[in-house]
Design a protein. Structure first.
Lengths: 196, 196
């Protein structure tokens, strides 16, 4: 099972790819699709669409995980994010991917246990859960990985329409973290053993 | 020279096609691409994208004319219109079309001579200028035709980025209307002659 998290934006679209192998979650890659402000809007949208389509071809994800946006305070931002999100969603639909969507508060609640958690807390949890050597950067890529982790923690009963299953309880996340730490210790022990 | 005007929306995307032959402007077709509210958002965006791409293949326009939106009062509407506009713009870019964009007040000013003109006044002018037997319906299709007429009246010096040339003065529109009326009288005279 491969997940592709996307945090769409006109200037920067974050992406993160996570692979689930039985009970293990492997970080595959993350990064940012950037488009230049000086380019025509249509060209920028084409670049985003084609980069996401290329990611899909390369990683063959089963699910695309998106942030569910309800309403944006600033209409012009809504229009800009909306156009980027439109072409991202189109790329998913063209590839026949299942789509899962989570509200930002749901992601924070699932990862940190607090719907009002700040960016650093979320990034810290993403780093811990995926066993990354440092917090993922930039923010857009970290948000995309957080969406994947949220999906992994939210159970597997989802509809094609992206309705999420029950939120993982804190106990499940704690167990995941403990498992992750155990693996990290093993990894370090092997590495120390190999170096000596 | 063929123009494709598009008024994007998630539920209804209006379109209008106008052909310019020397000094004559011919109405080719207009209509509305509708998507059902019950469908998944990605499916609706795919339907809009594919319908616009199909229109482009069929009519082979030189230019796509869009409404320039700056800011929407309602963020959620911005997100919805934005996603539809994103896939429409993508279809234009994929086909290598030149894009022209006009603010709604520019369209009203060009067609009616008043940036605050109401929908009926704009529709009346579209009907007159294109010699239609009745005002174009529905509103979204009328708006798309108005965009084409606005382009026809705004001169031909445009950049690929869609910066519009000078607004046509009232005298030019008056001349166009007079020419249109003359042609209409001739047409009626021929029709009356043929029927007698």
């Amino acid at each position: 099972m491969v997940l592709l998290g996307i945090d769409p934006g006109l200037a920067a679209t974050g992406f993160g790819v996570v692979r689930r192998e039985r009970d293990r979650w492997r970080h595959v890659e993350h990064g940012c699709i950037r488009t230049k402000a000086g380019l025509e809007l249509g060209v920028r949208l084409l670049q985003i669409h084609d980069a996401v389509s290329e990611l899909i071809r390369r990683q063959r994800p089963d699910v695309m995980v998106l942030e569910r946006l309800y309403q944006l305070r600033d209409g012009s931002t809504g229009l800009s994010v909306g156009q980027a999100m439109g072409v991202v969603r189109l790329a998913a639909e063209e590839a026949g991917l299942t789509l899962a969507e989570y509200a930002p508060t749901h992601v924070k609640l699932t990862l940190v246990g607090n719907g009002q958690a700040d960016k650093q807390q979320v990034q810290f949890m993403v780093q811990r859960i995926l066993g990354l050597p440092q917090p993922p950067r930039p923010d857009h890529a970290a948000d995309a990985l957080a969406l994947c982790v949220c999906y992994l923690h939210s159970g597997l009963s989802r509809t094609k329409a992206g309705a999420a299953g029950p939120v993982a309880g804190p106990s499940r996340i704690a167990a995941a973290l403990a498992e992750d730490e155990r693996r990290l210790r093993e990894h370090r022990a092997r590495k120390a053993g190999g170096a000596s």
